[in-house]
Write a protein of this length. Structure first.
Length: 254
């Protein structure tokens, strides 16, 4: 991140949250919840959004966009209700979240080795469907399985609406702002947040990290998963982290 952008982050957060954004060590720390795999109306998603709101944080959630075509109006209204609430923001998580094996035995996925034409169609269809249902195209993108290749970079570079990219890698991609996943929300595997494991990783990295996205899969939370998620959030809040939406992060950096 450029110095100008970093100063913008600090100024924006200071204005929005004041002293709450300052940890005991005097460093402002920004977190974005990246919740993956919205496919339809679900009690698990409702519970996740409710707990997040009770904790006083805003969260973002990635929509698998072929669900917008397959599901009915009730699903669309459900999404619109959360989007208009101000504490949930949806983003483009690809069209179908598929992966497969090629004839040569190569492991491929929607945005990993599938080719430019495939990726271009899936990305643009996803953006168009989100605009149709939610009124605006997504400003953020996170690929299924966090896959990313040269074709993905080309597709993203050709689109001006998406300006933020969730990524485990820190270097710039396709000229987009990066939302780095410096801490892992689910160290025990997909849908398995573990507070004690998170604390251990956090202790080993906290000196070097002041910006992170946290990836979760609420639809796959098992018994106790929501409680472990809440413990992680409460811990980070106590550590002085401020949770923002992708659009808020974008306002900080541009």
């Amino acid at each position: 991140m450029k110095i100008k952008g970093l100063l913008g982050v600090l100024l924006f957060v200071a204005c929005l949250w004041g002293d709450v954004a300052i940890a005991e060590d005097g460093v402002r720390k920004i977190a974005i919840v990246k919740a993956d795999d919205v496919r339809g109306v679900s009690n698990k998603w409702d519970a996740f959004f409710a707990v997040s709101k009770e904790l006083g944080i805003r969260v973002s959630a990635g929509v698998i966009c072929n669900s917008l075509e397959a599901e009915g109006e009730g699903y669309h209204e459900w999404l619109k209700g959360y989007q208009s609430s101000g504490y949930v923001e949806f983003w483009n998580h690809g069209w179908d979240h598929q992966r497969w094996e090629s004839e040569n035995g190569d492991r491929l996925s929607e945005f990993g080795g599938s080719g430019y034409a495939h990726q271009k169609r899936h990305f643009e269809d996803s953006q168009a469907m989100m605009a149709r249902v939610l009124g605006v195209p997504s400003i953020a993108f996170g690929s299924p399985y966090n896959a990313f290749d040269a074709d993905t970079e080309r597709v993203l570079s050709e689109n001006e609406d998406v300006r933020l990219l969730f990524s485990y890698r820190l270097e710039g991609k396709a000229g987009k702002a990066i939302l780095p996943m410096r801490f892992k929300g689910e160290l025990d595997g997909t849908g398995k947040p573990n507070f004690e494991a998170f604390k251990s990783e956090y202790a080993s990295k906290k000196r070097d990290v002041t910006l992170t996205a946290l990836q979760f899969h609420p639809l796959y939370f098992e018994d106790g998963g929501l409680e472990e998620y809440a413990k992680i959030v409460e811990f980070m809040l106590a550590e002085g982290w401020v949770f923002v939406l992708p659009s808020e992060f974008l306002a900080m950096t541009e």
